[in-house]
Design a protein around this ligand. Structure first.
Ligand SMILES: Cc1cc2nc3c(=O)[nH]c(=O)nc-3n(C[C@H](O)[C@H](O)[C@H](O)COP(=O)(O)OP(=O)(O)OC[C@H]3O[C@@H](n4cnc5c(N)ncnc54)[C@H](O)[C@@H]3O)c2cc1C
Length: 76
């Protein structure tokens, strides 16, 4: 399971929405499967955010990762 940047406590009662949370069967190799491009389709979001899965930082980092993948594709 990825390292956490902060503990997660209970949600405020009026909060809505959801975010990813790796389960006990999570393996490090799962991350690359989640954000592996399919043809010309690239994936980014909090669920694909390396050690910050489920958080804003994870969403940001996965966006950078996808952008670098795209840049490498067009520069090769
Ligand atoms: C209650 C709650 C509290 C949280 N608190 C924190 C916190 O304190 N700190 C922290 O770091 N993170 C927190 N998070 C997690 C954080 O909100 C998410 O990790 C982050 O917003 C994910 O960003 P994202 O861009 O991946 O996805 P999102 O912010 O979910 O953005 C996805 C966007 O895609 C749009 N969309 C969906 N489907 C389609 C479609 N078919 N076509 C076009 N657009 C579409 C959605 O409307 C949305 O605007 C919290 C989440 C929740 C639910």
């Amino acid at each position: 399971m990825p390292t956490r940047c902060c503990p997660r406590g209970p949600m405020p009662p009026l909060a809505r929405g959801a975010y990813a949370e790796p389960g006990p069967a999570w393996q490090d190799t799962d991350l690359e499967l989640l954000r592996r491009p399919v043809g010309g389709l690239y994936f980014a979001g909090e669920y694909a955010g390396d050690e910050f899965i489920g958080l804003m930082e994870g969403a940001l980092r996965s966006g950078e990762h996808a952008a670098l993948q795209l840049a490498a594709r067009f520069n090769s």
